[in-house]
Structure formats: structure tokens, C-alpha cells
Ligand binder design. Structure first.
Ligand code: PEP
Length: 247
């Protein structure tokens, strides 16, 4: 099963649901629909509304983040996995580089993963190296640390998906070569195998995926899907990614 996850970031108002309705219409008629899942992570403000609409449909709604505490707390503006689950979220991103750069530490990410799984949200755990780390050859080491500092064998790996998102690729139009990407994804899967032994989580790629760049990832069977930022805000661009991937 492949994943196409759209991360809307700070985008969307209630009527933006029309974008998702078009994606859902495409999905219903797509001959390849049994091969993949579509998940969209709109901002918190839209999760309840969109989850209700898509409750018995094929698009899953998730959140972009969650707070590192269970249920309720006195932290202003914080939203917990418990609260997200209660308004219909099925997934949550955790560890997106935007949030890491705003201060999320491994300890916080560990708690976010723990409470998300406890509250029955599936976790899309994001990892990725920055430009400097890539240049000095420490990519594989950085990714290993990001994995082992947060994940451990006691977690239920069937509810975890990994999104490899090189920071230098997010929103820049730059993508890794397929050789580079293959090597990195194989390395991530090896590290996951060491942590979990069996039921190794799916590993997605994210960073400047669009209808054109996705063509260069088609032959990499190691990639289990994509996390898509900018291109997920347009139904046409998002659908083009799926169409070109299976063409
Ligand atoms: C992202 O922010 O998760 C992302 C992948 O963005 P983009 O597709 O725009 O590079």
C-alpha cells in the first residue's frame, strides 16, 4: 500500500474542502485506487469539519502536529492527540522540520509519539538532514540519530510511518538523485529493522514532490509513498502526482 499525504501547512478555510472533494471524486474512479491511501493534514481549525465530511469516504484527515502531553493541560494554544482524536483525526505528523526548527526536541517528539499512539492516532514521523549535514556527509548518521532518539521497540510499529524529508528539498524545487534517495531509504529501513525487528514501518519521501518530479521516483520500489506540501493545495497538482506515479 502506498501513501499520498498532503500537508497543507498554514493554508485553508472551510470552503477549501472543495479541493478535497475533487481529489475524492478522482479517487473513486481511479483504477489504481486499491494501491494507495490519501491522507490530508489541514490546519487544526479544519480538522473537525473535514473529518465529519470524509467520515465514510476514502480520504483520511490528520493533523500537522500535536502537543507532548496527554488529554488536557494548562499550556496556552496547545492541542493534544486526545483532543484531535475526539474531532476525528486519524493521523498526525510529528517532527516536521518546521516544528523542529521552532524548538521541538527529541524528548518532546518522544512524548508526542507516545501520546499520539496512546490516543489511537497513527503517527507520520518526519526526519531529514539539512543542507550543511548533507554537504559534510553526515546524512545517514543524522537520520539514524533522529530515529533512535525517538523510536523504540516497545512502540507499535504498525501505527507508525516514516517520512524522509531532506530539509534542503522542502519547498525549494531541489530533489535528491534517485541513486542518493535509494541509498538513504535503504539505510532508514535497515535502522528501522534494527529497532523493530519485524513490521518495519513504511518509509515515504517528501520534498518538492510534484507531477513532474514524481516521475523520477517511480522506479524506486523502496519508496512507500510521498508527503506533499505545496502541491497538495491544488486538487489538479495533487491528482497529477498520483496519475503520473501510476502512468
Ligand atoms: C513539506 O513541508 O512537508 C513538504 C514536503 O513541502 P514541499 O512539498 O512544498 O516541498
Amino acid at each position: 500500500m502506498k501513501y499520498f499525504i498532503g500537508n497543507w501547512k498554514m493554508f485553508g478555510v472551510p470552503k477549501s474542502i472543495n479541493i478535497l472533494k475533487k481529489i475524492n471524486d478522482f479517487y473513486k474512479k481511479d483504477v489504481n485506487r486499491n494501491k494507495y491511501k490519501v491522507i490530508i493534514t489541514p490546519p487544526y481549525t479544519l480538522i473537525e469539519n473535514y473529518s465529519k465530511y470524509f467520515k465514510n469516504k476514502k480520504i483520511f484527515v490528520g493533523s500537522q502536529n500535536c502537543y507532548q502531553k496527554d488529554q488536557f493541560s494548562s499550556n496556552t494554544a496547545a492541542v493534544s492527540s486526545y483532543m484531535l482524536k475526539k474531532v476525528g483525526a486519524k493521523f498526525t505528523l510529528i517532527g516536521h522540520s518546521d516544528n523542529r526548527s521552532e524548538g521541538d526536541t527529541d524528548k518532546m517528539l518522544k512524548d508526542k509519539v507516545k501520546f499520539a499512539l496512546k490516543n489511537n492516532l497513527k503517527v507520520v514521523f518526519c526526519i531529514g538532514e539539512n543542507h550543511k549535514e548533507k554537504k559534510n556527509g553526515s546524512t545517514l548518521n543524522v537520520l539514524k540519530k533522529q530515529l533512535i532518539n525517538v523510536l523504540n521497540k516497545k512502540l507499535d510499529s504498525k501505527d507508525i510511518v516514516i517520512a524522509y524529508e531532506p530539509i534542503w528539498s522542502i519547498g525549494t524545487g531541489k530533489i535528491p538523485t534517485s541513486q542518493e534517495l535509494k541509498k538513504t531509504i535503504v539505510h532508514i529501513k535497515k535502522e528501522l529493522h534494527k529497532i523493530f525487528k519485524k513490521n518495519v514501518p513504511a518509509v515515504l519521501y517528501g520534498g518538492s514532490v510534484d507531477g513532474n518530479s514524481v516521475k523520477s521516483f517511480k522506479d524506486l520500489k523502496e519508496i512507500d509513498g510521498f508527503l506533499i506540501g505545496g502541491a497538495s493545495k491544488s486538487s489538479k497538482k495533487f491528482i497529477d502526482i498520483i496519475k503520473n506515479y501510476y502512468r
